[in-house]
Design a binder for this molecule. Structure first.
Ligand code: NAD
Ligand code: MG
Length: 477
């Protein structure tokens, strides 16, 4: 048998022009920030990519004022059909510049190029196309046609461009203007998006991008002249934001953490289920709020399934995010890596059995191997808390009722997966799962026509689909 050497297929980073430093995008132009500039790094190499401005309270004020003026003078007065033209234009430019956006996303975030190229960027464009179609049809939405005003939007680092699209597209389609804050470790695609707004001739002030960390986010969501707060991130910060806006007239949507169950019944096609389990937890290094991080497997097939899963995990390729063969890229930051390590150590200390395939980790950068815990009980912290990394906890069950009970035994409720050959069983179990999205015989499928959101500590409000319009129109939650 011929043995082939591994041949990397790296995407060229020459297509991206990263500036040495970036200002804030306010009122259609890049301006200097008054805070202390910070650096964003490539988590795969720890190379400093650029210096980024920090928006101070005064900068946030200026950005909100620009958004208010654009709302009153231009955007809310424009017909839906006219607004749609801008959204379609933005969607097309995202497609035209997709390679550039994908490479930049992988460099700043650490995710594999095959994911940024095939999922993040095309799905971001799809959300703009989808909501462009609603802009002149709001009277058929069932949620009225009156926008809220200025939306303050704060997003995390796991899907920087895609979360931006989820937030900005429906807000603009409904006639609102926005001030968006990307996460401090991944600001670069939002800043490239600002250039795309310029290229699309979007009226100044309709979209404003303020960079910074928690203090900037706090100033933005607490600003008195903001009508709507949309947040995606940790449950802890989500709760703090809910407290900040309590007692005001601001409308709020919160998209928080998750601890999804992926349930495999004994009649499921096992190889297909293994692909779904791998996709469910190792996609985007497990930095996914709806990740299938709790595998619930029927006891009678547990040994067989785990043997297949370990074999499959051994073939996952970890390394250079720009290599088109890479399955698992870098962990987004040193802080996140420390959190993952700490929770895994706790998992071992609590008595669960830890396994990872033999896997060489690069010497620079932030890396964690795909990891499996067996012998996990419902009381273990790795079964209860969101690890937000490539770590799967495996539990077993005997009956459908036990599977449902274990799946629902969580403070979260964002998503779940069910694997079975029987449609009737899938429907019966899915109906009892307390989760916003339930996937059957698949996992992590995103489409702009489908609403997404959580129960309990996973937050409230829906993004995507017709339901996603309610968050940006008056009189509806
Ligand atoms: P985070 O909640 O701290 O940060 C998310 C965003 O909120 C960032 O833009 C951040 O700058 C901003 N922010 C921080 N403090 C704020 C405040 N007081 N007011 C307003 N904005 C504020 O999340 P993180 O540090 O990026 O990740 C920590 C944990 O959050 C992860 O381990 C994971 O459990 C969870 N998380 C969930 C999602 C999700 O999609 N649901 C995404 C990222 C992280
Ligand atoms: Mg970065």
């Amino acid at each position: 048998m011929t043995v082939f050497e591994y041949a990397p297929a790296p995407e060229s980073r020459a297509i991206v022009d990263i500036r040495a430093s970036y200002g804030l995008f306010v009122d259609g132009a890049f301006v200097e920030g008054r805070g202390t500039a910070f650096k964003t790094v490539n988590p795969a190499t720890e190379e400093v990519l650029a210096e980024v401005a920090e928006a101070s309270d005064a900068d946030v004020n200026t950005a909100v004022a620009a958004a208010r003026k654009a709302y009153e003078k231009v955007w809310s007065r424009m017909s839906g059909a006219e607004r749609a033209k801008y959204l379609y234009r933005i969607a097309r430019i995202i497609q035209e510049r997709s390679r550039e956006l994908a490479v930049l996303e992988s460099i700043d975030n650490g995710k594999p190029i095959k994911e940024s190229r095939d999922v993040d960027v095309p799905t971001a464009a799809a959300y703009f196309f989808y909501y462009a179609g609603w802009a002149d049809k709001l009277e058929h939405s069932g949620y009225g046609t009156t926008p809220l005003g200025v939306a303050a939007q704060v997003i995390p680092w796991n899907f920087p461009l895609l979360m931006l699209a989820w937030k900005i597209a429906p807000a603009l389609a409904c006639g609102n203007t926005v001030v968006l804050k990307p996460a401090e470790t991944t600001p670069l695609t939002a800043l490239l998006f600002a250039e795309i707004c310029q290229q699309a001739d979007l009226p100044p002030g309709v979209v404003n991008i303020v960079t910074g960390a928690g203090a900037t986010g706090h100033a933005l969501v607490g600003h008195a002249s903001v009508d709507k707060v949309a947040f995606t991130g940790s449950t802890e910060v989500g709760k703090a934001i809910a407290r900040t806006v309590a007692g005001t007239t601001k409308k709020v949507t919160l998209e928080l953490g998750g601890k999804a169950a992926n349930i495999v019944f004994d009649d499921a096609p096992l190889d297909q289920a293994v692909e779904g389990i791998v996709n469910g937890i190792f996609f985007n290094q497990g930095h996914v709020c709806c990740a299938g991080s709790r595998l619930l497997v029927q006891e009678s097939i547990a040994d067989d399934l785990l043997a297949r899963l370990k074999r499959r995990m051994s073939t996952l390729r970890l390394g250079d995010p720009l290599d088109k063969n890479t399955d698992i890229g870098a962990i987004n930051s040193r802080e996140q890596l420390e959190r993952i390590r700490a929770l895994c150590d706790i998992g071992e200390a609590e008595g669960a059995e830890r396994w990872a395939p033999a896997c060489d980790l690069p010497s620079a950068g932030f890396w964690f191997p795909p990891t499996l815990f067996t012998g996990v009980t419902q009381a273990h912290r790795i079964a209860r808390e969101e690890v937000f990394g490539p770590v799967l906890s495996v539990l077993t069950f005997r009956t459908p009722a036990e599977a449902v009970e274990k799946a629902n035994n969580t403070p979260y409720g964002l998503s779940a997966g069910v694997w079975s050959d029987k449609g009737s069983l899938i429907l019966k179990v899915a109906a009892q799962l307390r989760a916003g999205v339930v996937w059957a015989n698949t996992f992590n499928k995103f489409d702009p026509t489908s609403p997404f959101g959580g129960y309990q500590e996973s937050g409230y409000g829906r993004e995507g689909g017709r339901h996603g319009l309610a968050a940006y129109l008056k009189g509806h939650q």
